[in-house]
Design a protein around this ligand. Structure first.
Ligand code: SD4
Length: 338
């Protein structure tokens, strides 16, 4: 299995190739189905989505199956099982899903359920609502036959107890660490690094339909009850089947403030390439944060109806995983701050 360092190195290589290609060939494009995910390590998740897409399956089923991989992976400390808890030691999950008809569902601050994305899909398909939160979301999940599980692994509990010694909530230290070490960080990663593995996945199927999913345990050691961008339609995820789809990762508060993924899709509607559309959302985040912008990491991924795709981030080292008929790779995003 590739470790994070290998992924990042691979990403660096691909990025060099891609940037050369982009100069002459315009936006990267895929003919036929394609799936994109935030972060290189989600190539595994793309693989599960590709199982569905390559057989002519629906983008909606593909993204659901795809994001269930990190949800069940105890080593992914930003999603589902093994996700780092809030400051009170509770693992609380945020997820949303959106289909080609503009239908969507979300759960926020859901506890004890391994696959929040499945619950989000049921909110979309079987309730008159779009969002269920906390206790109500849990009751709904249990009524649909989901089992309560302990999602706090011994490793994440240990990390939380270690964090309690200082209790300093500091999502903004990651970029500082990354800047200092111009190298991929060795495992085990510093806790601050662990805030950036949320999966946002968007896909185009063989019928030309788009769907997306986003799932996370949110920022590590957040306040109890805090909800980020990931389960918010228009922030962590947005799909408009006439235009394209987008998803985000990073400091959710900043994404919410600019309706990030919706902004990206609207920019594509106005004719921008996926990368340029992501860049415009990033520009607004940078503008909002003034001199502190360099301490905020946010990354966007985007895909349009033609199969063109791209990404862009505030800080360096954001990566995107791609799977299509021709490609299984990860690329490193262009970033506002070099
Ligand atoms: C949040 N956007 O809750 C998420 C955090 C994230 O990888 O992306 N983690 O704000």
């Amino acid at each position: 299995m590739l470790n994070r360092r290998n992924f990042i190195q691979l990403a660096g290589l691909s990025s060099a190739l891609l940037s050369v290609k982009n100069i002459s060939a315009g936006p990267a494009v895929s003919k036929g189905p394609i799936v994109l995910s935030t972060w290189a390590q989600n190539m595994n998740a793309n693989k599960a989505a590709w199982e569905v897409l390559s057989k002519g399956g629906k983008a909606l089923d593909a993204v659901e199956a795809g994001v269930m991989i990190p949800e069940a992976d105890p080593h992914d400390v930003s999603v589902g099982y093994g996700g780092l808890p809030d400051r009170d030691g509770k693992v609380t999950l945020d997820a949303c899903i959106m289909n080609e008809k503009g239908q969507c569902g979300a759960v926020m601050a859901l506890e004890h359920i391994m696959h929040p994305i499945q619950v989000a899909r049921l909110v979309m398909e079987q309730t008159p609502h779009v969002q269920l939160v906390g206790e109500g979301a849990l009751q709904f999940a249990l009524s649909k036959g989901f089992k309560m599980e302990n999602l706090l692994t011994p490793e994440s509990e240990k990390a939380w107890k270690e964090w309690l010694k200082t209790s300093k909530y500091d999502p903004l230290t990651i970029p500082k660490i990354l800047e200092k070490n111009n190298e991929p960080l060795p495992y085990p990663w510093p806790v601050a690094m662990l805030n950036h593995d949320t999966i946002g996945m968007i896909a185009l199927d063989a019928d030309g339909n788009l769907s997306g999913a986003c799932t996370t345990s949110g920022m590590a050691y957040k306040m109890r009850g805090r909800v980020g961008d990931s389960p918010i339609i228009g922030a962590g995820l947005f799909v408009d089947n006439e235009v394209g789809a987008a998803a985000s990762t990073g400091v959710g508060e900043e994404v919410v403030k600019v309706c990030g993924s919706h902004t990206v899709v609207e920019m594509m509607r106005q004719g921008k390439s996926p990368e340029a559309a992501c860049k415009e959302a990033v520009r607004r985040i940078v503008k909002n944060n003034g001199i502190n912008a360099k301490t905020v990491q946010v990354g966007f991924i985007a895909l349009n109806k033609k199969g063109e795709y791209g990404c862009y981030s505030v800080m360096q080292k954001f990566t995107m995983a791609i799977r299509s008929q021709k490609k299984e790779e990860s690329i490193t995003s262009q970033s506002w701050f070099k």
